[in-house]
Design a protein around this ligand. Sequence first.
Ligand code: PGA
Length: 260
Amino acid sequence: MLVVVHEDYDALSKKGAEIIASRMRQKPNLVLGLATGSTPLGLYRELIRLYKNDGLDFSKIVTFNLDEYIGVPPEHDQSYHYFMRHNLFDHINVNPSHVYIPQGMYGDIKISSFETNPKIEQFCTWYEDEIKRHGGVDIQILGIGGNGHIAFNEPGSSLGSRTRIKTLTQKTVKDNSRFFKSAEEVPRYAITMGVGTIMEAKELLLLATGDGKADAVKSAVEGPITAMCPASALQLHRRAIVMTDKAAAAKLSAEFITYG
Ligand code: PGA
């Protein structure tokens, strides 16, 4: 695992985008794994800049997003479909038919039957098959939760898990409630790539910034490999880069660190 500590968020975002851009130049039909959340926003802004100013070409890449809420329509401003359009896809020349984001809407299925719904299971199998059909994800961008989660794989998620439905923790539901007009709208479930799915990407690029991530980064990089910190599975990956700012690296042992 390569741990690179950057001066600040801008430097990290620039370096992250450079890595993605260099992989795209080496392989124009790169299969790129994308993440939502506040952390990759700077990297996406930088990719947009490279498209506009340097002619970075997205026309042949294929993208797979990690996760999506269930029951939140794609046009809702809290859906990950909306997030990706707004923060990246609307500003680059990606081919819309090359974009994969887990489907969040399943008609009028009752929430109580979500967890065992065959339509959702079918979708998850199809998503995994599509990743395989494209030859697997070449490089996967990841954030990390303050509790060590990756995508919606909360602590306790099997390290071998595949794309599936997950019940959101009460804390996540509570944290999200401020973004929705009513309590009924707040999603209780999500579809997420599993830890096992993520680990099959050929390369992983995990981004972490701010002191709120320092404990999670320490557990992920130096702690035991445990389902209680799903990001610790990265220790088993042959090509994992962890990029942080100084605050998120504050609790790491200095010997592991390369300065970017
Ligand atoms: P953040 O979320 O980038 O908004 O901090 C990361 C995550 O929870 O995976």
